[in-house]
Design a protein around this ligand. Structure first.
Ligand code: SAH
Length: 248
Protein backbone atom coordinates (compact mmCIF):
# COMPACT_ATOMS: atom_id res chain seq x y z
CA UNK A 1 0.00 0.00 0.00
CA UNK A 2 2.83 2.39 0.86
CA UNK A 3 4.45 1.58 -2.46
CA UNK A 4 1.17 2.21 -4.23
CA UNK A 5 0.73 5.64 -2.65
CA UNK A 6 4.31 6.53 -3.51
CA UNK A 7 3.70 5.65 -7.15
CA UNK A 8 0.38 7.41 -7.29
CA UNK A 9 1.84 10.61 -5.96
CA UNK A 10 4.17 11.13 -8.88
CA UNK A 11 1.54 12.50 -11.21
CA UNK A 12 3.44 15.08 -13.13
CA UNK A 13 6.42 16.36 -11.19
CA UNK A 14 8.36 13.51 -9.64
CA UNK A 15 11.49 15.58 -9.16
CA UNK A 16 13.17 12.73 -7.26
CA UNK A 17 12.65 10.43 -10.21
CA UNK A 18 13.96 12.98 -12.64
CA UNK A 19 17.21 13.36 -10.71
CA UNK A 20 17.62 9.63 -10.39
CA UNK A 21 16.93 8.80 -14.00
CA UNK A 22 18.30 11.70 -16.00
CA UNK A 23 22.02 10.94 -15.60
CA UNK A 24 21.37 7.33 -16.54
CA UNK A 25 19.36 8.40 -19.57
CA UNK A 26 22.28 10.33 -20.97
CA UNK A 27 24.63 7.34 -20.91
CA UNK A 28 22.56 4.14 -21.05
CA UNK A 29 22.10 2.55 -24.47
CA UNK A 30 18.50 2.54 -25.59
CA UNK A 31 16.69 -0.64 -24.67
CA UNK A 32 14.19 -0.04 -27.43
CA UNK A 33 15.82 1.05 -30.64
CA UNK A 34 13.06 0.27 -33.06
CA UNK A 35 9.29 0.47 -33.32
CA UNK A 36 8.82 -3.22 -32.46
CA UNK A 37 10.74 -2.87 -29.20
CA UNK A 38 8.74 0.23 -28.28
CA UNK A 39 5.53 -1.68 -28.97
CA UNK A 40 6.62 -4.45 -26.61
CA UNK A 41 7.50 -1.84 -23.97
CA UNK A 42 4.06 -0.30 -24.40
CA UNK A 43 2.42 -3.67 -23.90
CA UNK A 44 4.37 -4.17 -20.66
CA UNK A 45 3.48 -0.64 -19.54
CA UNK A 46 -0.22 -1.27 -20.13
CA UNK A 47 -0.16 -4.62 -18.35
CA UNK A 48 1.99 -3.87 -15.31
CA UNK A 49 1.49 -0.15 -14.67
CA UNK A 50 -2.08 0.35 -15.84
CA UNK A 51 -4.10 -2.90 -15.94
CA UNK A 52 -2.53 -4.14 -12.71
CA UNK A 53 -3.61 -0.94 -10.93
CA UNK A 54 -7.24 -1.29 -11.87
CA UNK A 55 -7.62 0.64 -15.15
CA UNK A 56 -10.12 -1.53 -17.02
CA UNK A 57 -11.84 0.73 -19.56
CA UNK A 58 -11.24 -0.92 -22.96
CA UNK A 59 -11.09 2.43 -24.76
CA UNK A 60 -8.47 3.77 -22.33
CA UNK A 61 -6.40 0.57 -22.52
CA UNK A 62 -6.56 0.67 -26.34
CA UNK A 63 -5.50 4.31 -26.48
CA UNK A 64 -2.57 3.75 -24.08
CA UNK A 65 -1.48 0.77 -26.15
CA UNK A 66 -1.73 2.71 -29.40
CA UNK A 67 -0.24 6.16 -28.73
CA UNK A 68 3.54 6.15 -29.19
CA UNK A 69 4.60 7.84 -25.97
CA UNK A 70 8.29 7.79 -26.94
CA UNK A 71 7.57 10.30 -29.73
CA UNK A 72 6.34 12.82 -27.14
CA UNK A 73 9.48 12.89 -24.97
CA UNK A 74 12.82 14.54 -25.86
CA UNK A 75 14.95 12.13 -27.98
CA UNK A 76 17.63 11.54 -25.29
CA UNK A 77 14.88 10.27 -22.93
CA UNK A 78 13.12 7.98 -25.40
CA UNK A 79 14.44 4.77 -23.88
CA UNK A 80 12.77 5.87 -20.61
CA UNK A 81 9.45 6.81 -22.20
CA UNK A 82 7.59 3.73 -20.93
CA UNK A 83 8.95 3.89 -17.37
CA UNK A 84 6.66 4.23 -14.38
CA UNK A 85 7.43 7.91 -13.76
CA UNK A 86 7.00 11.39 -15.24
CA UNK A 87 9.74 12.82 -17.48
CA UNK A 88 10.92 16.36 -18.26
CA UNK A 89 9.75 17.82 -21.60
CA UNK A 90 11.62 21.14 -21.47
CA UNK A 91 10.75 24.63 -20.14
CA UNK A 92 10.61 23.17 -16.61
CA UNK A 93 7.52 21.10 -17.47
CA UNK A 94 6.85 17.35 -17.37
CA UNK A 95 4.85 14.63 -19.10
CA UNK A 96 2.84 12.73 -16.47
CA UNK A 97 3.48 9.16 -15.35
CA UNK A 98 1.56 6.79 -17.70
CA UNK A 99 -0.69 5.54 -14.89
CA UNK A 100 -1.83 9.07 -14.05
CA UNK A 101 -2.67 9.75 -17.73
CA UNK A 102 -4.73 6.54 -17.84
CA UNK A 103 -6.44 7.20 -14.50
CA UNK A 104 -7.45 10.77 -15.40
CA UNK A 105 -8.75 9.58 -18.77
CA UNK A 106 -10.73 6.71 -17.24
CA UNK A 107 -12.47 8.82 -14.57
CA UNK A 108 -13.74 11.16 -17.32
CA UNK A 109 -15.93 8.26 -18.56
CA UNK A 110 -15.65 9.44 -22.18
CA UNK A 111 -17.96 8.62 -25.08
CA UNK A 112 -16.92 8.71 -28.76
CA UNK A 113 -19.09 11.78 -29.40
CA UNK A 114 -17.61 13.80 -26.51
CA UNK A 115 -15.87 17.16 -26.93
CA UNK A 116 -13.07 17.62 -24.42
CA UNK A 117 -11.10 20.62 -23.16
CA UNK A 118 -7.54 20.06 -21.90
CA UNK A 119 -5.66 22.72 -19.95
CA UNK A 120 -1.88 22.14 -20.20
CA UNK A 121 -1.03 20.64 -23.60
CA UNK A 122 2.64 20.11 -22.64
CA UNK A 123 4.03 17.41 -24.93
CA UNK A 124 0.62 16.66 -26.50
CA UNK A 125 0.64 13.07 -25.20
CA UNK A 126 -2.50 13.31 -23.08
CA UNK A 127 -4.25 15.11 -25.97
CA UNK A 128 -3.38 12.21 -28.30
CA UNK A 129 -4.76 9.67 -25.80
CA UNK A 130 -8.00 11.69 -25.59
CA UNK A 131 -8.16 12.06 -29.38
CA UNK A 132 -8.15 8.26 -29.75
CA UNK A 133 -11.30 8.05 -27.64
CA UNK A 134 -13.50 11.08 -28.32
CA UNK A 135 -14.53 13.30 -31.20
CA UNK A 136 -12.83 16.66 -30.56
CA UNK A 137 -10.04 17.77 -28.24
CA UNK A 138 -9.43 21.47 -27.52
CA UNK A 139 -6.12 21.92 -25.73
CA UNK A 140 -4.61 25.11 -24.29
CA UNK A 141 -0.92 25.61 -23.46
CA UNK A 142 0.55 28.68 -21.79
CA UNK A 143 4.16 28.20 -23.02
CA UNK A 144 4.31 29.00 -26.72
CA UNK A 145 7.27 26.78 -27.63
CA UNK A 146 5.64 23.72 -26.02
CA UNK A 147 2.25 24.39 -27.60
CA UNK A 148 3.75 24.85 -31.05
CA UNK A 149 5.87 21.72 -30.77
CA UNK A 150 2.91 19.63 -29.59
CA UNK A 151 0.66 20.97 -32.34
CA UNK A 152 3.27 20.13 -35.00
CA UNK A 153 3.73 16.59 -33.69
CA UNK A 154 0.00 15.92 -33.40
CA UNK A 155 -0.49 17.14 -36.99
CA UNK A 156 2.39 14.93 -38.20
CA UNK A 157 0.78 11.97 -36.46
CA UNK A 158 -2.49 12.68 -38.25
CA UNK A 159 -4.64 13.87 -35.32
CA UNK A 160 -7.09 16.13 -37.15
CA UNK A 161 -9.41 16.28 -34.12
CA UNK A 162 -6.98 18.08 -31.78
CA UNK A 163 -7.01 21.87 -31.71
CA UNK A 164 -4.17 23.57 -29.83
CA UNK A 165 -4.27 27.18 -28.66
CA UNK A 166 -1.52 29.18 -26.95
CA UNK A 167 -3.00 31.00 -23.99
CA UNK A 168 -4.06 30.92 -20.36
CA UNK A 169 -6.30 27.92 -19.73
CA UNK A 170 -7.60 29.40 -16.46
CA UNK A 171 -10.17 31.20 -18.61
CA UNK A 172 -11.12 28.03 -20.51
CA UNK A 173 -12.07 28.31 -24.21
CA UNK A 174 -15.51 29.98 -24.24
CA UNK A 175 -15.84 29.92 -28.06
CA UNK A 176 -16.01 26.11 -28.02
CA UNK A 177 -17.90 25.62 -24.72
CA UNK A 178 -19.74 23.76 -23.33
CA UNK A 179 -17.50 20.70 -23.00
CA UNK A 180 -18.58 17.17 -22.10
CA UNK A 181 -15.31 16.76 -20.23
CA UNK A 182 -12.46 18.96 -18.99
CA UNK A 183 -9.02 17.69 -17.99
CA UNK A 184 -6.53 19.95 -16.27
CA UNK A 185 -2.90 18.80 -16.13
CA UNK A 186 -1.45 21.64 -14.04
CA UNK A 187 -2.54 22.47 -10.51
CA UNK A 188 -4.30 25.69 -9.46
CA UNK A 189 -4.88 26.46 -5.76
CA UNK A 190 -8.65 26.51 -6.40
CA UNK A 191 -11.03 25.31 -9.12
CA UNK A 192 -11.33 28.02 -11.82
CA UNK A 193 -14.92 29.31 -12.04
CA UNK A 194 -14.73 29.67 -15.84
CA UNK A 195 -13.97 25.96 -16.21
CA UNK A 196 -16.96 24.99 -14.06
CA UNK A 197 -19.18 27.25 -16.16
CA UNK A 198 -17.92 25.74 -19.41
CA UNK A 199 -18.82 22.22 -18.31
CA UNK A 200 -21.93 20.85 -20.07
CA UNK A 201 -24.85 19.39 -18.12
CA UNK A 202 -23.72 15.87 -17.17
CA UNK A 203 -20.11 16.94 -17.84
CA UNK A 204 -17.06 15.71 -15.90
CA UNK A 205 -13.91 17.59 -14.94
CA UNK A 206 -10.71 16.06 -13.53
CA UNK A 207 -8.28 18.52 -11.97
CA UNK A 208 -5.40 18.51 -9.47
CA UNK A 209 -6.08 21.17 -6.84
CA UNK A 210 -3.82 22.61 -4.14
CA UNK A 211 -0.39 24.02 -3.45
CA UNK A 212 3.03 22.36 -3.78
CA UNK A 213 3.16 19.22 -1.64
CA UNK A 214 -0.56 19.29 -0.91
CA UNK A 215 -2.55 18.49 -4.03
CA UNK A 216 -5.56 16.28 -4.51
CA UNK A 217 -6.83 14.93 -7.83
CA UNK A 218 -10.51 15.86 -7.89
CA UNK A 219 -13.40 14.73 -10.08
CA UNK A 220 -16.30 17.17 -10.54
CA UNK A 221 -19.61 16.17 -12.11
CA UNK A 222 -22.23 18.72 -13.16
CA UNK A 223 -25.77 17.46 -12.55
CA UNK A 224 -28.85 19.69 -12.85
CA UNK A 225 -26.55 22.69 -12.76
CA UNK A 226 -24.98 21.59 -9.44
CA UNK A 227 -21.36 20.49 -9.10
CA UNK A 228 -20.67 17.27 -7.17
CA UNK A 229 -17.06 16.71 -5.99
CA UNK A 230 -15.17 13.47 -5.42
CA UNK A 231 -11.56 13.33 -4.21
CA UNK A 232 -9.52 10.64 -5.98
CA UNK A 233 -5.89 10.51 -4.79
CA UNK A 234 -3.09 12.80 -3.64
CA UNK A 235 -0.90 13.87 -6.59
CA UNK A 236 1.99 16.14 -7.53
CA UNK A 237 1.58 18.30 -10.65
CA UNK A 238 3.33 21.42 -11.91
CA UNK A 239 1.44 24.58 -10.85
CA UNK A 240 -1.07 26.35 -13.08
CA UNK A 241 0.66 29.61 -14.04
CA UNK A 242 -0.47 33.08 -15.04
CA UNK A 243 1.08 34.88 -18.00
CA UNK A 244 3.12 37.00 -15.53
CA UNK A 245 4.91 33.93 -14.12
CA UNK A 246 2.93 33.79 -10.85
CA UNK A 247 0.87 30.74 -10.00
CA UNK A 248 -2.90 30.60 -9.58
N1 SAH B 1 -0.72 17.08 -20.50
C1 SAH B 1 0.71 17.22 -20.69
C2 SAH B 1 1.43 17.43 -19.38
C3 SAH B 1 1.56 18.83 -19.14
S1 SAH B 1 2.44 19.43 -17.75
C4 SAH B 1 1.31 16.09 -21.47
O1 SAH B 1 0.60 15.12 -21.78
O2 SAH B 1 2.49 16.17 -21.78
C5 SAH B 1 1.43 20.85 -17.47
C6 SAH B 1 1.42 21.90 -18.57
O3 SAH B 1 0.53 22.92 -18.16
C7 SAH B 1 2.76 22.54 -18.82
O4 SAH B 1 3.11 22.39 -20.17
C8 SAH B 1 2.51 24.02 -18.47
O5 SAH B 1 3.21 24.92 -19.31
C9 SAH B 1 1.02 24.12 -18.69
N2 SAH B 1 0.36 25.25 -18.00
C10 SAH B 1 0.65 25.79 -16.80
N3 SAH B 1 -0.20 26.80 -16.51
C11 SAH B 1 -1.06 26.90 -17.57
C12 SAH B 1 -2.16 27.74 -17.88
N4 SAH B 1 -2.57 28.72 -17.06
N5 SAH B 1 -2.80 27.54 -19.07
C13 SAH B 1 -2.41 26.58 -19.93
N6 SAH B 1 -1.37 25.75 -19.68
C14 SAH B 1 -0.70 25.90 -18.52
Amino acid sequence: MNRMIFLLKTGCLGIAFIFIFLPAAATAPSVADNAMDYKAERTRMVRFQIGARGIDSPSVINAMQKVERHLFVPPPLRSRAYGDYPLPIGEGQTISQPYIVALMTQVLNLSPSDRVLEVGTGSGYQAAVLAEICSQVFSIELIEILGQRAERLLTELGYRNVHVKIGDGYQGWPEHAPFDAIIVTCAPSHIPAALQEQLAEGGRMVIPVGGPGDQELVLLIKEKGEIRRKDIIPVRFVPMMRGNGKSY
